[in-house]
Design a binder for this molecule. Structure first.
Ligand code: KIV
Length: 265
């Protein structure tokens, strides 16, 4: 049976932790569902993880749609949430509703996620009024990274913490079904979690949230370079994959592949 938005909300009431992971294609969607993840997030991080883009900002609706369809085609159990790419929702509730409906009707998403607080209030209200389930996203919102001067923790000062807290309450009041809290101090995330009825999903926001989300390639250790402090690598696959590919190249060069087993008489 497919998890619904209501099931996700009920998990908070039942004090059951919610698990979410990014999924950008059929391969990972199947793996994550088999493992039992609640939410498949087709995040715009796909721009950096898969498409070699410098940030999430250049990701287009067409690119999001392409990856979303690959996920929804094979998914049967998890709730699928699609990110609304930068430039597809801001400042125009009408455009936001049109684009969100295409992600749902054409792409197969069950809900959309968009970044921002009070400045997106009208857009969020319009989406909710159009019966589109919305996941909010506060704290470090990567589409606004230019304004933060990099990927830095948000809400450290009393003023910033108050703003994030007030935005969380506002969004919950507007009818979002859940809230991603990214890179905020754990005490702030816990305070928000205790003061809103909808589940909070943390990434770099401590253990006080109702659930957690990670970029799947980070958790699998598939990326290059240093990880963010909030990531836990449950496997370190990059060196394993690299070694396997190198062995194949060596074997082709030396004539060891294909061998008898891989050849037909
Ligand atoms: O795009 C993304 O991957 C995200 C999560 C990490 C929250 O928005």
């Amino acid at each position: 049976m497919r998890l619904t938005v209501k099931d996700i909300i009920d998990k908070k009431k039942k004090h059951e932790k919610i698990t979410a992971l990014t999924a950008y294609d059929a391969l990972f969607a199947k793996l994550e569902e088999e493992a039992g993840v609640d939410i498949l997030l087709v995040g715009d991080s796909l721009g950096m993880v898969l498409l070699g883009l410098p940030s999430t900002r250049p990701v287009s609706l067409a690119q999001m749609m392409h990856h979303l369809k690959a996920v929804s085609r094979v998914s049967h159990k998890s709730l699928i949430v699609a990110d609304m790419p930068y430039g597809t929702y801001e400042g125009s509730p009408e455009r936001a509703v049109k684009n969100a409906l295409s992600l749902i009707k054409e792409g197969g998403a069950h809900a959309v996620k968009l970044e921002g607080g009070r400045e997106e209030a009208k857009t969020i209200s319009a989406l909710v009024a159009s019966k589109i389930p919305v996941m909010g996203h506060l704290g470090l919102t990567p589409q606004s990274v230019e304004f933060f001067g990099g990927y830095k923790i948000q809400g450290r000062s009393t003023r910033d913490a108050r703003k994030i807290f007030a935005d969380a309450r506002l969004l919950a009041g507007l009818g979002v079904f859940s809230l991603v809290l990214e890179c905020v101090p754990k005490n702030l995330a816990s305070k928000i979690t205790q003061s809103v009825r909808v589940p909070t999903i943390g990434i770099g926001a401590g253990t006080g949230c109702d659930g957690q989300v990670l970029v799947v390639t980070d958790l699998l250790g598939m990326g290059e370079g240093r990880q963010y402090r909030f990531v836990r690598e449950y496997a370190t696959l990059r060196p394993v994959m690299l070694a396997a590919i190198r062995s194949y190249i060596e074997d082709v060069h030396s004539g060891k592949f294909p061998g008898r087993k891989e050849s037909f008489e």
